[in-house]
Design a protein around this ligand. Structure first.
Ligand code: AMP
Length: 115
């Protein structure tokens, strides 16, 4: 799907909008959430646009395991790998997804209650 005009996360992935980047590869980028809901709140996104219908290409599918490896690396660096964290993706309207570009939230740094 490439980059979608007007998508804020595509613009972050392209470096057109500044963000607090904590991890990056050619396929994905991770940056701190602008409105953190826990002491550690980081978003991991594929650089390629994936919409809320999960219209995944083969390239997108190959990026998904790397997102989990990135989460492992990031949480270790942030000191929450052992303590535990939440790794979640809101997908589609009923989930409350606000940004229509697939993203995984890493939430941690405090005891997280039930959802
Ligand atoms: P969701 O509700 O799952 O779509 O989450 C979208 C998240 O993106 C929210 O937690 C927002 O605070 C976050 N967000 C929106 N714009 C930015 C931005 N420019 N930089 C960092 N995080 C953002």
């Amino acid at each position: 799907m490439g980059n979608v005009e007007g998508c804020i996360f595509c613009q972050i992935a392209q470096g057109k909008i500044p963000s607090d980047v904590v991890f990056e590869t050619d396929k994905l980028i991770a940056f701190r959430d602008i409105h953190p809901k826990s002491p550690v709140h980081i978003l991991i996104i594929p650089k390629n646009h994936v919409n809320a219908r999960l219209d995944l290409t083969q390239q997108d599918v190959e990026t998904l395991p790397e997102i989990f490896l990135a989460a492992k690396e990031i949480t270790r660096k942030e000191g929450i790998g052992e303590r535990g964290f939440r790794l979640i993706a809101n997908v589609g309207p009923e989930s409350g997804q606000e940004v229509d570009h697939l993203h995984f939230h890493i939430l941690g740094g405090k005891r997280l209650g039930p959802m």
